[in-house]
Design a protein around this ligand. Sequence first.
Ligand code: G1P
Length: 287
Amino acid sequence: MIKKAVLPAAGLGTRFLPATKASPKEMLPIVDKPMIQYSVEEAKGCGINDFIVITGKNKRAIEDHFDFAPELVEYLKQKGNGDLLDEIDKMKGLSFAYIRQGKPLGLGHAILCAKPFLNNASFAVLLGDDIIDPDDKLLYEMIQVHNETKAPVVALQEVAQAEVSRYGIIDGNLVKGNTYEIKSLVEKPPTDKAPSNLAVIGRYILSPDIMDILADMQPGAGGEYQLTDALNILLSERKIYGYLFKGKRYDAGDKLGFLKATIDLALKRPEFSAGLLEYIRMISNRL
Ligand code: G1P
């Protein structure tokens, strides 16, 4: 059973400046929910109630967001605003621990910071920039693969050859359904050196033995401690699986991806869909 999730949120968010000068990127709203809440709700839907958020400077708004807000709840009750109360209630029963990464030393180092909170059990990692369509069940399906194999599982997506240098890329063999047995991983390879176009996307089920490797390893691509490199080392000790995701993912760390996520997720909402669609049709006729 996977009970805990690590949410790395220490990045500086420079791609979203000036919006992220004083506010965390993770709090940028997609429709009316901060980006990070999509990951929390996705994990909650898989029975995960404990979150370890890796933060840094200027990230306090994340803590406030997931905190109890008794005055707000009282106010909404008095106003009889049940729908908004239900929205706020969604976070009830979840527990959040925050740990500061201190230095931006990369994803591998961020995960290592969570070690004291994980009680030596397997855990999920969700990278909030990758928004998975809430109707898809990627994390749930990865947990099923983990439960069957007892092995680490990373999410994969096919990407265009021109994009391989933006991701961790695997070499592997399809063994069953959407599941690959991974042979090797490489972080952000040049296009002509990539072993495939199967990219690791921001969902991982990791085993606690990754921590010793992370603690011992050298910095890799970009001078950062790379989770991809740690997984590559772990492969010499145990099997690791990749689960090919065929649903919809938005790279909300990229401005265009963020806008696409905003439009698609708003179109899924009954209160916006007709009006927004009408507006999109109108402007596309004008172009
Ligand atoms: C990180 C990982 C990379 C992975 C990507 C998925 O990179 O290092 O292996 O493919 O997330 O979004 P980042 O996007 O933080 O540079």
